[in-house]
Write a protein of this length. Structure first.
Lengths: 430, 490
């Protein structure tokens, strides 16, 4: 092979690399490991991870993964394929992305979905950029303070480049303050308003009339929603929102210590040419067969370079297969059941925790879904509660303050799990 | 791969009342009150109704219309489609990651954090950098992250006038797009006839408004930028930083480190160089490394090591911000880490040279029939400017499509933009000589056929599940959901 290349050694092929730059010794990394050794290595890693009985949410939920999904996602025809730039040999990938787009449009009640963003936070940041790019010369974005803190931090990061001013709409009793929102919008120059549903505290907010208010100021309404709850809650389309975005991990994706998850981004048809990322469209081939291709690529970085709607290239790819397969197996009925079970589990847990006499709901008069903010009553503190539960292998929630935590439940939590959690709290009474 | 089209969508298979889920019938005791009516969904989403066996067959049949690295040779330039060892996938299951909630206490996720920290250190060694963040989700996201580090660095020095980034005209499209998202204006620098950066042109554009120069080395035509020590000196002298687009890192493994070349900030595509599967477009991972002095600007959250060896999560005050909800596409790190451990130092040293050998072998075996615009040994990839015989009207697109009939994926086409008929080939080190020879023979056959019977090549492919989809129609009248498709009756 070297001979054909006109070389005698491999080094000859690197004659153009200045000697001063060449590595003089091997990488300071371990010697090769065989598969049995790797197995031991990762078993040791696993022994340093602890599986807990999960009542934590805060944007990431422990829902069930139908067994069929990992089995199909491992098919290497899907897994080892590149982006479907050659539609003739990529109909498999293109079909499932098209299915995913269709299902997300259904769930959000909007017209269009793209082929995924990285996660819920970056999807929301891209939604913000879409709003600024589609409303001329407006640079203000209003974000409800009830949007998850991590999402707000990513928004602030993405706002810096294009010089967007983000202003936070204050909360009142766990929900977005409508009067403040209207006053801030009335000050003018607002391109978009970002709210979440359910909000960070698990509360289902009432956005009746918000879309009209936004539209009368020529601002877009952007809703950040947990994908699974879209099966039960009034959809962004039904609220009149222009863009829906957020985390689709709740569609049965394993928690996997933070990823890969799936950011979704949907919008009304008039915004399609402002959409970032890949979009799959239907067409016909030379023989009239229904075919799928990547489309509207003139929006994307490989064509438009710095004028593209976004820099995104690789997205979450095969996670859209997970979402499409999940939604197909569940159907509207299964999704409704998952939501009912999660809702009932969370309400039973809230009741059980309050019944201990050591905790009370932080926002007792607000409707919540599968997650709620709850306060500890002195002398119990959030840290003491979390630590005691952890000893029993229970992740009781996510700490909000010295005296409050955020607790979630799903269909994975049995009545016995809920009783165990409440009993553990009760045992702290002494 | 099944060459007959499996044309169903899962919606087409929907039958009323069918379900594919298995859910518990828990009774939580006292019934929870219902949500107020106006907060509930008014109309149910129109989702398929399908049983599990039908759904499994649907996706299995659909997968048979797909071509992956496991199906065949994938010489897609700049994409580094190397084989993805199965042990990497198995390692994810072994590591006990699946049930870990991102916000569970650090003492219960020490194994996960150990993977993050050890991989971060391994990448620092390979990149010649001081420290990495693994948080970015993909290569372009890494570019954005790296540029935000640079932006933060200049601002911290009170050097606010640096609002422009220099990008070569041969750069990946993500480079200028990422710079724009980070708030920079783009200045393009020309390429020389051999594809390398025009140093005189670069010099003339460097001034006190330049924040960074983005380069990939080898560049997108597969040539090593020999002038890199001089370029690094010029860039630093002008007060700017040098950014390394790690998309082309593979041929440098075992040869040279970006840090030693003078780069200040870099990203690595784990889904390219470190063999994690591309998943039909993702998930990837785009870790970003920085030289000493820039660590504090890396995004939050960070994984750090305490004096007693335990690992913690930090939120640094000087970080430029946050690029995702948590620590990124975590399982991708496990796969890349398993790859690094299984190759070990000695085999990682051989990756670059073998990838380069494979590329040169193909280039030399075809350059009598395909136009090679740049002389000299290439690195991991090279570009042909179409067929030598231009009289037939057979274009790069035709050659690419003809390859599909022979069971090969097409090379990257019409990129870089330096040539009209770019055909960019990257074989990677994981391909055997018989595979390379079979590909060469096919490329030669297509070239000869192009001269003898051009129309035969122009009308390819013939044997793929679909042929010549109408892409103009797709863009002109977009149909992007099943609901729209039913309305249009495609």
């Amino acid at each position: 092979m070297l001979g054909r290349c006109g070389a005698t050694t491999l080094d000859d092929l690197y004659a153009d690399v200045p000697d001063a730059l060449r590595l003089k010794e091997p990488y300071r990394l371990p010697a090769p490991m065989s598969e049995p050794e790797l197995e031991r290595y990762f078993a040791d890693i696993a022994s340093q991870n602890r599986r807990l009985l999960c009542f934590a949410g805060a944007g990431f939920y422990n829902h069930y993964t139908p067994a069929a999904i990992p089995s199909l996602m491992a098919r290497s025809e899907f897994l080892t394929a590149y982006t479907p730039y050659q539609p003739e040999i990529s109909q498999g990938t293109l079909q499932y992305i098209f299915e995913y787009q269709s299902m997300m449009a259904e769930l959000t009640g909007l017209d269009i979905s793209n082929a995924s963003m990285y996660d819920g936070a970056t999807a929301t940041a891209e939604a913000m950029l879409m709003a600024v790019n589609s409303v001329r010369k407006k640079r203000r974005i209003l974000v409800a303070s009830t949007v998850a803190p991590a999402v707000q931090q990513v928004l602030a990061t993405y706002a810096a480049g294009p010089g967007i001013t983000i202003e936070v709409i204050p909360e009142d009793g766990g929900v977005t303050d409508r009067t403040a929102f209207e006053a801030m919008l009335g000050a003018g120059d607002v391109a978009g308003v970002i709210v979440s549903q359910p909000n960070y505290y698990g509360i289902v907010e009432d956005y009746d009339g918000w879309a009209d208010t936004c539209h009368s100021s020529k601002a877009l309404l952007i809703m950040n929603c947990h994908a699974s709850t879209l099966g039960a809650l009034r959809s962004p389309g039904e609220w009149g929102a222009d863009i829906a975005c957020g985390e689709a991990q709740s569609l049965g994706m394993p928690l996997n210590y933070g990823g890969p998850y799936l950011g979704y981004l949907c919008c009304r048809e008039n915004l399609i040419r402002k959409m970032p990322g890949r979009i799959v469209g239907a067409t016909t081939d030379a023989e009239g067969r229904r075919s799928f291709v990547l489309t509207l690529q003139a929006r994307e970085q490989h064509i438009r370079r710095q004028k593209a709607t976004s820099n995104i290239c690789s997205n979450q790819g095969i996670m859209t297969l997970h979402a499409a397969f999940y939604l197909a197996l569940m159907g509207a009925e299964g999704l409704r059941k998952v939501n009912t079970l999660s809702y009932n589990a969370a309400h039973a847990l809230a009741d059980a925790l309050c019944d201990t006499g050591m905790m009370r709901l932080k926002y007792p008069d607000k409707p919540f879904f599968n997650e709620f903010a709850i306060e500890t009553i002195e002398p119990l503190s959030a840290d003491a509660l979390l630590a005691a539960c952890l000893k029993k292998g229970i992740l009781a929630g996510v700490r909000l303050s010295d005296s409050s935590i955020l607790v979630a439940a799903t269909e994975m939590n049995s009545p016995a799990d809920i009783a165990l959690c409440a009993e553990t709290v009760k045992s702290l009474k002494s | 791969m099944n060459k007959a089209l499996y044309s169903n969508l899962v919606f087409d298979l929907s039958r009323k009342g069918c379900t594919g889920y298995s859910l518990p019938h828990y009774d939580y005791g006292k019934a929870a009150g219902e949500l107020p009516e106006n907060l509930r969904r008014q109309t149910p989403p129109s989702l398929p109704e399908i049983d599990e066996p039908s759904a499994v067959r649907h996706y299995t049949n659909s997968s048979n219309n797909n071509f992956g690295v496991d199906t065949g040779f994938y010489p897609l330039g700049s994409c580094t489609m190397k084989y993805n060892p199965k042990i990497n996938e198995a390692a994810v299951a072994m590591a006990g990651i699946a049930p870990l909630h991102p916000l569970q206490p650090v003492e219960t996720v020490q194994g996960a954090l150990r993977v993050y920290r050890t991989l971060e250190k391994a990448l620092s060694e390979i990149g010649g950098m001081a420290e990495f963040t693994l948080n970015p989700f993909a290569g372009a996201h890494g570019e954005y992250t790296g540029l935000m580090v640079i932006r933060r660095y200049h601002m911290a020095r009170g050097d606010e006038a640096r609002r422009r980034v220099i990008v070569p005209d041969s750069a990946h499209g993500t480079n200028p797009a990422s710079a724009a998202m980070a708030g920079f204006d783009i200045v393009e620098v020309k390429s020389m006839p051999d594809g390398t950066v025009d140093i005189a042109d670069l010099d003339s554009k460097l001034d006190e408004t330049i924040a960074a120069v983005m380069m990939t080395n080898p560049n997108t035509v597969g040539m090593f930028e020999k002038g890199i020590p001089e370029i690094a000196e010029m860039v630093h002298k002008a007060g700017a930083l040098l950014y390394y687009d790690g998309a082309n890192l593979n041929p440098m493994l075992g040869i040279a480190r970006p840090g030693d070349m003078g780069f200040d900030v870099m990203h690595i595509n784990l889904h390219k160089t470190f063999s994690t599967p591309h998943g039909g477009g993702g998930p990837g991972a785009g870790p970003v490394g920085v030289r000493a002095g820039l660590e504090e600007y890396l995004p939050n959250p960070r994984v750090s090591e305490l004096p007693d060896g335990t690992l913690a999560i930090d939120f640094g005050a000087d970080a430029f911000g946050r690029v995702g909800a948590w620590l990124g596409n975590f399982t991708v790190y496990i796969k890349a880490f398993a790859y690094i451990l299984s190759l070990g130092s000695e085999n990682l040293m051989r990756v670059g040279p073998l990838a380069t050998l494979n590329a040169n072998y193909i280039m030399h075996s075809l350059s009598d029939l395909y136009e090679q615009p740049i002389a000299g040994p290439c690195k991991h990839e090279f570009v042909f400017d179409g067929l030598r015989d231009k009289s037939t009207g057979v274009t790069t697109l035709h050659v690419a499509k003809a390859l599909l009939d022979y069971g090969f994926h097409a090379p990257t086409i019409y990129f870089p933009l330096l040539f009209h008929e770019s055909l960019m080939i990257e074989p990677t080190e994981t391909e055997s000589r018989p595979t390379l020879d079979a590909f060469i023979a096919t490329m030669r056959k297509i070239a000869l056929e192009a001269s003898a019977e051009p129309d035969t090549v122009k009308n390819a492919p013939y044997t793929t599940p679909i042929s010549h989809p109408d892409e103009d129609e797709a863009a002109l009248n977009p149909v992007v959901t099943y609901r729209q498709l039913c309305a249009k009756q495609i």
